[in-house]
Design a protein around this ligand. Structure first.
Ligand SMILES: CC(C)(COP(=O)(O)OP(=O)(O)OC[C@H]1O[C@@H](n2cnc3c(N)ncnc32)[C@H](O)[C@@H]1OP(=O)(O)O)[C@@H](O)C(=O)NCCC(=O)NCCS
Length: 169
């Protein structure tokens, strides 16, 4: 049974940030709305409520969320993967994304994961910057991974180790 937990932010992080919660039963409708508004790009497949519910039903899936953003991870033994991650455009640049990422990484380590990986489109500059700050390095490329109206584009595969001290610059 997944537990509900709340994570306090550290000094230096936005003082007005809401507590990030990890609900025992995340709400697919709420998360689907955030996903739709957070990924406005035509390259991103919107996860409607049904698709979101299916993702949430998978084994080892956790969501860390606040009112304007969330991160979803899947933990399988020693490996965690970021499945999706967004903050609403109106709330970006305030540090929420960094707090969500750190929280999910810490949680994955606490659950026994020793590495965490993800896929990201090369033009997602803000996300790439955060991932690099968090210690992620490129491990490969999936050619033509995302399909959109202007053709296909690649996905970078990235990964970092997890330890007692997060390597977040
Ligand atoms: C990635 C995302 C979750 C970050 O959320 P956020 O709340 O803005 O994150 P933060 O405020 O903690 O940090 C944003 C960082 O990106 C930087 N940034 C913003 N726009 C940028 C750009 N176009 N190019 C480079 N860096 C950029 C900011 O300067 C900040 O870095 P800093 O803390 O070193 O100054 C958000 O941009 C988002 O939802 N993007 C669309 C969805 C997405 O790309 N998800 C990840 C897909 S794998």
């Amino acid at each position: 049974m997944k537990s509900q937990s709340s994570v306090k932010t550290s000094p230096g992080e936005p003082s007005d940030v809401e507590a990030i919660i990890c609900p025992a039963q995340p709400d697919p409708a709420f998360l689907s709305n955030l996903h739709g508004d957070g990924f406005a790009s035509a390259y991103e497949q919107h996860w409607n409520e049904k698709a979101m519910a299916e993702m949430l039903a998978m084994t080892g899936v956790f969501v860390h969320q606040f009112s304007a953003g969330f991160i979803m991870t899947q933990i399988s033994l020693e490996t965690a993967e970021i499945l999706t991650y967004t903050v609403l455009p109106s709330q970006r640049g305030k540090g929420y994304g960094a707090v969500l990422l750190k929280t999910a990484m810490q949680h994955a380590f606490n659950k026994g994961a020793t590495r965490i990986l993800l896929e990201v489109a090369p033009d997602r500059k803000a996300a790439l910057g955060l991932y690099r700050r968090a210690g992620f390095e490129r491990t490969g490329v999936r050619k033509n991974y995302y399909a959109g109206p202007e053709g296909k584009r690649d996905a970078f595969l990235m990964e970092t180790g997890l330890g007692t001290e997060l390597n977040f610059r």
